[in-house]
Design a protein. Structure first.
Length: 220
């Protein structure tokens, strides 16, 4: 609920069996702790922060990812909402070198029968941390609630073109299918997650092997 200033404060915490970012494993197959804090105005503008533990040994970005973001979200037509913003991915305890990068994002969400469908784009322009190149990400998400139950089925398909892939042609698809079970402020989730990867870039599939990912999260 927003206070008299029109501001609403919220927080979230999660425990996940492994941290997957666009299908890529960033916690070395180990449990990750995550959480964030958001401030939103009833005009639709918002700012927030989110963090996750990383696997220091395999990822090489230090032990923590810290995201800072801001944008606007709200209805733009009957049954259609939009979200646009800017996000910075920061790695505060990474070793020497350039790791932090900035990305702009946007998405549209609408209802299609019983399903909620989202299409989105994220673009990171040329940056030293991306090897002097850029990165484009396109995705679609579909969610369908099972009537008279607390269960929602989810599907995701994404496409990356740029630096943030483990393929020789710098293009990769990622996907997931799963379900959420909501009880009060707590959500239990289970998903099968996969992403394309080439053996020359990711020997042994360290970052790109398919996995079943479980999580429990809470929002306040």
């Amino acid at each position: 609920m927003a206070d008299e200033s029109g501001l609403e404060f919220s927080a979230n915490v999660a425990l996940v069996s492994e941290y997957r970012f666009r299908g890529v494993d960033l916690s070395g197959g180990e449990i990750a702790i995550q959480g964030g804090f958001d401030v939103a105005h009833d005009s639709g503008f918002y700012v927030g922060t989110w963090a996750s533990s990383l696997d220091e040994q395999t990822v090489g970005y230090g032990s923590t990812e810290l995201d800072l973001y801001g944008g606007w979200g709200g209805a733009i037509a009957e049954g259609v909402s939009a979200d646009i913003g800017l996000i910075g991915y920061l790695y505060p305890d990474a070793g020497p070198g350039d790791f932090d990068y900035v990305e702009v994002y946007g998405s549209l969400t609408g209802e299609l029968g019983p399903a909620s469908v989202t299409g989105g784009i994220a673009y990171a322009p040329d940056q030293d941390s991306l090897g002097g190149s850029d990165n484009l990400y396109l995705y679609t998400d579909v969610a369908v609630g099972i009537p008279d139950t607390p269960v929602t089925l989810n599907g995701h398909l994404g496409y990356t073109d740029g630096f943030l892939t483990f393929t020789t042609d710098s293009e990769a698809l990622d996907w997931s299918i799963g379900a959420d079970f909501v009880t009060g402020p707590v959500t239990f989730s289970l998903a099968y997650v996969g992403v394309e990867g080439d053996a020359l870039i990711d020997p042994g599939g360290t970052f790109t092997d398919d996995a079943v990912v479980a999580s429990v999260s809470a929002s306040f």
